[in-house]
Design a protein around this ligand. Structure first.
Ligand code: ZN
Length: 314
């Protein structure tokens, strides 16, 4: 037994374009809840939006930095990145979702993988997203959106990493992250984290010879996995520090979780974030996402920050 355990996904963070388009797409079209409205802790001119289920639980959280107008170029989607971010919806909702996407002029394709029916499409910034039909997902959705409860997104299904040289990534996922290889189909290999089920799977796509990705608008910046305690996070950090050619950050206080970051051998930026304290730490569950929340050091500059953030109609 290792001194830590990684149950599954926590959040996915993407560099995106326009704040209004992003907000409208994830909350109105996809029906996720805006569970936190804050700024990029490293750049207070840029929003940081967190979208998720009602309580903003780990494994349901899509987060975005809308960088339009801040000099960030369009990214290159390629190896060393999360290529596809997939959400789960009830199988019986597929017809509803196809009609909903069509009505919003979002083009999609359907490609089953590992026996699941899947709808593939892109968000307004070009991120690759999927809806996967599953009837074994008991996470509670956000029920106050335009999407009726019976069709609502339950949370992440999984992420797909695009990797140029898969062997070192496989080894890292199993030896260090503690994941288990469970299935292979074509160029995809599926792993599960310490827990199983939607939100706890990771696919690795063998993209040998494909172009290397570069972060920018329309790319995933990093994927975060959850860990239950600070002690386990510290044990994982020690483990990574002992690996040749790997670096890991100090513990970062992200207000809603504590994080470490490291780039895996396949080039993807990973974060491991604590489950606590969670999004209700600075506003009641009922009011999540309504007010602009700032980290303590930015609070004295609130008026100036609010003036420079892009205007968004909520
Ligand atoms: Zn993160």
């Amino acid at each position: 037994m290792s001194a830590y355990r990684i149950p599954g996904l926590h959040h996915v963070t993407a560099t995106v374009n326009d704040a209004q388009e992003d907000y409208d797409f994830y909350t109105k079209l996809l029906g996720l809840r805006l569970v936190k409205k804050t700024v990029n802790f490293d750049n207070n001119r840029v929003y940081h939006f967190y979208y998720g289920n009602e309580a903003g639980e780990p494994s349901t959280i899509m987060t975005t930095f809308p960088y339009k107008g801040e000099g960030v170029r369009e990214g290159v989607r390629g190896t060393g990145q999360v290529m596809i971010t997939a959400f789960s919806v009830p199988m019986a909702s597929f017809g509803y979702w196809k009609e909903r996407l069509s009505a919003a002029n979002v083009t999609f394709t359907e490609t089953p993988r590992f026996g699941d029916a899947i709808i593939d499409f892109q968000d307004p910034s070009g991120l690759e997203l999927s809806l996967v039909g599953r009837d074994d997902d008991d996470r509670g959705p956000w029920v106050k959106s335009e999407v009726p409860e019976e069709h609502a997104i339950r949370g992440f299904f999984n992420v797909t990493l695009s990797i140029a040289e898969i062997a070192p990534t496989f080894q890292f996922l199993t030896d260090v992250m503690g994941f288990t290889q469970i299935a292979t189909e074509g160029n995809l290999t599926r792993f599960r984290a310490a827990e199983t089920g939607p939100g706890n799977w990771i696919d690795v796509r063998n993209d040998a010879g494909a172009e290397r990705g570069h972060n920018g608008l329309g790319t995933v910046h990093h994927v975060a996995f959850r860990i239950e305690s600070n002690e386990e996070q510290a044990a994982l950090r020690e483990r990574i520090l002992g690996i040749d050619n790997m670096r890991v950050t100090e513990f970062k206080d992200r207000k809603y979780f504590r994080s470490i970051y490291f780039r895996i051998p396949g080039g993807v930026l990973f974060e491991v974030a604590t489950v606590a304290p969670g999004f209700p730490v600075d506003e009641g569950l009922e009011y999540l996402g309504q007010e602009l929340k700032l980290p303590d050091w930015e609070e004295p500059k609130r008026a100036e920050i609010e003036k420079h953030l892009p205007k968004v109609i909520w």
